[in-house]
Design a protein around this ligand. Structure first.
Ligand code: MN
Length: 149
C-alpha cells in the first residue's frame, strides 16, 4: 500500500488513512477503554509507530516483553508503572520502557491519556503477570494501589 506523503489529523482527532483499531483482541488480556492507531508500520525502518488513547477510567494491559517501548505523551496526563515505580506523566514527556519491565498506563482522573509508542515491527508477544508476579508487585503499596488486572 502506497501512503500519501502527508496525512493530516482530521477534525475528529483521527488521522487520514489511519483506521482506529481495537487495542487488543477482547478477552486476550485485561485492559479497559483503549484505542490503537498504527500511524507508521515501515518495513524499511523496521519499526512501528502507534498512537494509543486511553479514556478516563481506562488502563492498558499490565505486561512485559523482550521488546522495548519508546513513548511520547501526546495528550492529557496520567501515571505509568515502569518496573517497580509509578511515575506521573504529562503531555510531551518521553517515557522509556526497557525489555522485560512490567508496565501499565492509566489516565489521570477525568482525562484522556494519548501517547505515541514506537516498537520493533517484528517483536515478541507480551507476557501477562502470573499470581507470583502480582504478589511481588503488590508488595509495594504504591504499585498495589495503581495496577489494574
Ligand atoms: Mn507493552
Amino acid at each position: 500500500m502506497t501512503l500519501k506523503p502527508v496525512r493530516r489529523m482530521q477534525a475528529n482527532h483521527q488521522w487520514e488513512a489511519v483506521t482506529p483499531l481495537h487495542y487488543k483482541e477482547e478477552g486476550s488480556a485485561p485492559f479497559k477503554d483503549v484505542s490503537r492507531h498504527v500511524l507508521f508500520g515501515d518495513t524499511h525502518i523496521g519499526a512501528e509507530l502507534r498512537y494509543f488513547e486511553v479514556s478516563a477510567g481506562g488502563y492498558t494491559t499490565l505486561e512485559r516483553h523482550e521488546h522495548a517501548h519508546a513513548v511520547l505523551i501526546l495528550r492529557g496526563a496520567g501515571r505509568v508503572l515502569i518496573g517497580d515505580e509509578v511515575h506521573e506523566v504529562a503531555c510531551n514527556d518521553l517515557v522509556s520502557i526497557a525489555p522485560m519491565t512490567w508496565h501499565q498506563f492509566r489516565p489521570a482522573d477525568g482525562v484522556v491519556l494519548g501517547f505515541l509508542c514506537m516498537v520493533n515491527q517484528s517483536r515478541d508477544r507480551p507476557q501477562l503477570p502470573h499470581s507470583s508476579d502480582l504478589e511481588r508487585l503488590r508488595a509495594t503499596p504504591a504499585i498495589s494501589e495503581f495496577i489494574r488486572v
